[in-house]
Design a protein around this ligand. Structure first.
Ligand SMILES: Nc1ncnc2c1ncn2[C@@H]1O[C@H](COP(=O)(O)OP(=O)(O)OP(=O)(O)O)[C@@H](O)[C@H]1O
Ligand SMILES: [Mg+2]
Length: 379
């Protein structure tokens, strides 16, 4: 059975007038996967993306989207049907966040109430609560927040193909890891074709089903991340990816291998019960769950002690800190380690945001300890 194809480049040449950027370029992008494109600056990544939604035309050859030549497609419709997140964000400054995200659904004639609901859902998805952000203007947001809005806007028309040109480059490392995870998670549910350009090799390896390494307008390697690491096509690949990545220094394994039970409490428990649980487990933070077992956030020993002095019957739900990072069962340990630098405890959730366990610092350290001990003894 042949794999369904989302985008295909057939013998494409691209010349901006000062020499060839792409020469006899051929590439097939399968449907429903996250494909990352990496390569040195100026190698033609943005040019490739722009030829898919016809912001640029090939000088020769054809680009097919879902089997149809984009050269004969209606440009406006094509762009509405393909999500696009660009390097410079590109929000409309005179429109509120709500209007920015809802722009394509509005152009497509979606009803106001439905649009409002969609925008709210998307804002919550990218971690910016609608009640706080929907009426603001882009200049009232940080660069990273604006970039998140760019992602939400690309998702708003529910396109089957989304082009992303370094969409997370302005984010701090924590938000970046969070958004990468959200993107992977989202695609496990929605099966969009995401063509994702990045400079960041770590990011490219992490989120990709397939990774395409370009150099000077040519595909140097097109494979899964695992194949790329196991069988780099040539010295350029090794140099570009970084020698050290071919000798992984982190234990393999995922959050599920080091998560534990018991460090969680329901939001309707009192803070003195929370303190008992902390004492019992000799821990300094707990994950807090709501009525359906969904993750609400975390509470730490400091907040609990502070409030205990005033009112020991206070509920955990009243002091929980929202907006915590969470892991999935399959989050790699290397990433858990990175996130652990800034949090005392990391909740692990399923695809419905229900808590299934927690990872603590000592759990991560133990895993690292075991790994390095094994390396030393086998060296
Ligand atoms: N509108 C244009 N006119 C002339 N040359 C262009 C134009 N756009 C891009 N180029 C050239 O085409 C080549 C590929 O550019 P492109 O923007 O696709 O690179 P890129 O791989 O996205 O780079 P970066 O990683 O820096 O974003 C570069 O040499 C660039 O200078
Ligand atoms: Mg570019």
């Amino acid at each position: 059975m042949t794999e369904a194809v989302a985008v295909e480049f057939q013998h494409v040449n691209k010349d901006y007038g000062s020499g060839s950027v792409l020469h006899d370029f051929n590439l097939t992008v399968p449907k429903g996967q996250i494909v990352t494109i990496i390569g040195p600056s100026g190698c033609g990544k943005t040019t490739l993306l722009k030829m898919i939604n016809r912001l640029e035309e090939p000088s020769q050859g054809k680009v097919l989207v879902e089997g149809r030549d984009v050269g004969s497609a209606d440009e406006v419709k094509l762009r509405r049907d393909i999500g696009y997140v660009i390097q410079q964000i590109g929000l409309f400054p005179h429109m509120t966040i709500e209007e920015n995200i809802g722009i394509v659904p509005r152009l497509k004639g979606e009803r106001k109430e439905e649009r409002k609901e969609r925008v709210e859902r998307l804002l919550n998805l990218i971690g910016l609560p609608a009640e706080q952000y929907s009426k603001r203007y882009p200049h009232e947001l940080s660069g990273g927040q604006q970039q998140r809005i760019g992602v939400a806007r690309a998702l708003a028309s529910d396109p089957s193909i989304i082009l992303m040109d370094e969409p997370f480059s302005a984010l701090d490392p924590i938000s970046r890891v969070q958004l990468q995870k959200e993107l992977i998670h989202l695609n496990q549910r929605l099966h969009k074709t995401i063509i994702f350009v990045t400079h960041d090799i770590e990011e490219a390896l992490k989120i990709a089903d397939r990774i395409i390494l370009l150099n000077e307008g040519e595909v140097v390697q097109n494979s899964t991340p695992a194949e790329l690491l196991a069988h780099p096509a040539n010295d350029f690949v090794i140099e570009f990816i970084g020698q050290e990545r071919f000798r992984p220094s982190f234990p393999s394994g995922m959050a599920q291998h080091i998560m534990i039970d018991g460090l969680s409490i329901s939001n309707i428990s009192t803070i003195s019960e929370a303190l008992d649980l902390l004492r019992l487990n000799q821990a300094d933070a707990l994950a807090v769950t709501g009525n359906w077992g969904e993750l609400m956030g975390i509470v730490g020993i400091e907040e609990i002690s502070e409030h205990l002095q005033h009112d020991s019957k206070m509920k955990v739900g009243d002091i929980v800190k929202n907006g915590t990072c969470a892991l999935f069962e399959n989050t790699p340990i290397s990433e858990v380690f990175e996130l652990m630098q800034s949090q005392r405890i990391l909740p692990v959730v399923d695809d419905q945001n229900r808590l299934i366990g927690t990872v603590t610092r000592s759990g991560v350290i133990e895993a690292l300890g075991r790994h390095f001990h094994r390396e030393e003894t086998s060296a």
